[in-house]
Design a protein around this ligand. Structure first.
Ligand SMILES: Nc1ccn([C@@H]2O[C@H](COP(=O)(O)OP(=O)(O)OP(=O)(O)O)[C@@H](O)[C@H]2O)c(=O)n1
Length: 422
């Protein structure tokens, strides 16, 4: 593909997108695609979101999009962003920026018509490439050669770019993890180190969202080491000061060998030492979701099953466990055993044991308990606490039988329990 043309990409040929670009590009106005969609297409990677930059001011963007048959939502109107929607798809359309006043967290923006100024106010050269509706690439800041060399470089003065939005420090490491090669750009690294205290101004939600994106990269290990080197990691995860973050390496190796999908939480768990007492505090501080907190706390508290556990013992655990949490625990246990296997035959056996348990967990269809409260009512047990108690005892017996007791046998036992209690 010609480096300066992305006209043969499927997403660009999309009829709705072309209609939108055309509607925004008459009477002396122009709209272009910008950012991740252009960057990823040039790198041959998947495009998820399509951002559009336009000379039309937000009110005019809304008017034109609506008269072309689109719906609109004023997503970030202060920043000039309108979400344009059609057929269940959405495009973020942002008016070119002329000036940005910022306190490092919130930007107040004035609108402009100059593509160069808009490009120069973006974060990295590879993120400031535009594609016209016909696929022609416009590069005003040297993004194409940087993309070619996989160099992540702040546009213009790195200090200025960072103080406009301190999140850009974390974005530097995130984009380096995803697209960078070799050593990160030295000027960028130094600027990130210099301004790391600015990270304290960011909301916990933005920090965690960004960290998750970094942890989802194909291999975030080098980016994490550079974050540690610059003091950025300690700023956002003070607990990590004594963690051996290279423990993520064996997990990445296992993912690549065994075809596991990258899982940001599992990767975080892999660098957290077992029984780290500050997990709850970390989850609260970074405002993790309840499910995320439970996952991390589960890792810190619940040990993995023994690798040589027999099938019926393991089924009991699977029945009670949250499937995703158990799968993560087994993966971490397998990774740890694999890491020790070259020196220790016992660890090799352990790894084989965990592989077996993971297969069993995948293959086993959890049965549903075949008795309910109505069954007990029919046996004469009045609804209330007693029903719950009898059900719980029956379920225990059913689990202990390795799920082999049938409904009739369970009902017989229930009848016996009720008559002996009554
Ligand atoms: N702090 C930020 C955030 C965004 N941008 C600009 O806005 C574009 C879109 O931002 P975003 O959607 O966050 O990133 P993408 O580059 O699209 O990457 P991805 O979708 O992979 O997150 C970026 O490419 C960049 O030009 C910026 O300059 N500074």
């Amino acid at each position: 593909m010609d480096k300066r043309l992305i006209s043969d990409s499927k997403w660009l040929a999309d009829e709705k997108l072309q209609t939108l670009l055309a509607a925004l590009s008459t009477d002396g106005e122009e709209a272009r695609i910008v950012g991740g969609a252009v960057r990823n297409t040039l790198l041959g990677q998947t495009v998820t979101d399509i951002d559009i930059a336009t000379t039309t001011e937000p009110g005019e963007t809304v008017r034109r999009a609506r008269s072309a048959g689109f719906r609109t939502a004023p997503t970030g109107i202060d920043h000039g962003t309108v979400t344009v929607i059609a057929d269940g798809r959405a495009w973020e359309v942002t008016t070119l920026r002329a000036d940005v006043e910022t306190d490092g967290r919130h930007a107040s923006v004035t609108f402009g018509r100059d593509w160069r100024s808009d490009a120069e106010r973006r974060d990295f050269t590879i993120n400031a490439l535009y594609a016209c509706a016909d696929g022609e690439i416009v590069d005003l800041v040297g993004g194409l050669p940087d993309l070619e060399n996989r160099t992540l470089r702040f546009i213009g003065d790195a200090d200025t770019r960072i103080t406009e939005d301190y999140l850009r420090i974390l974005r530097f490491f995130r984009f380096f993890a995803w697209y960078g090669r070799g050593r990160p750009d030295a000027a960028g690294l130094k600027a990130c180190a210099r301004h790391r205290d600015g990270l304290e101004r960011l909301s916990a939600e933005r920090v965690w969202a960004e960290l998750k994106k970094l942890l989802s990269a194909p291999d975030p290990s080098r980016a994490l080491l550079w974050m540690r080197q610059t003091g950025v990691l300690t700023k956002i995860l003070p607990e990590s000061e004594k963690w051996g973050i290279d423990t993520i390496g064996p997990l990445i190796e296992a993912e690549q060998t065994l075809g596991w999908q990258p899982d940001p939480l599992l990767r975080l768990a892999a660098i957290i030492p077992p029984y780290e007492p500050r997990i709850t505090e970390l989850g609260r501080r970074l405002r993790l979701s309840n499910a995320e907190k439970a996952a991390l706390e589960g890792w810190a508290e619940a040990p993995s099953p023994a690798a040589n556990l027999d099938e019926s013992g393991f089924r009991k655990i699977v029945y009670r466990a949250d499937a995703k949490g158990l799968s993560r625990r087994l993966k971490l246990a397998l990774v740890s055993a694999r890491a020790r296997a070259s020196e220790d035959d016992g660890a090799l056996m352990e790894a084989a044991g965990y592989t077996r348990l993971m297969k069993l967990a995948d293959a086993w269809q959890k049965p549903s308990f075949p008795v309910n409260g109505n069954d007990l009512a029919k046996l004469g047990l009045v609804k209330g606490k007693a029903v719950g108690e009898v059900l719980a005892r029956l379920e225990e017996e059913w689990i202990a039988s390795d799920f082999s007791l049938k409904r009739d046998a369970l009902l017989e036992r229930a009848a016996a329990m009720i008559s002996s209690a009554g």
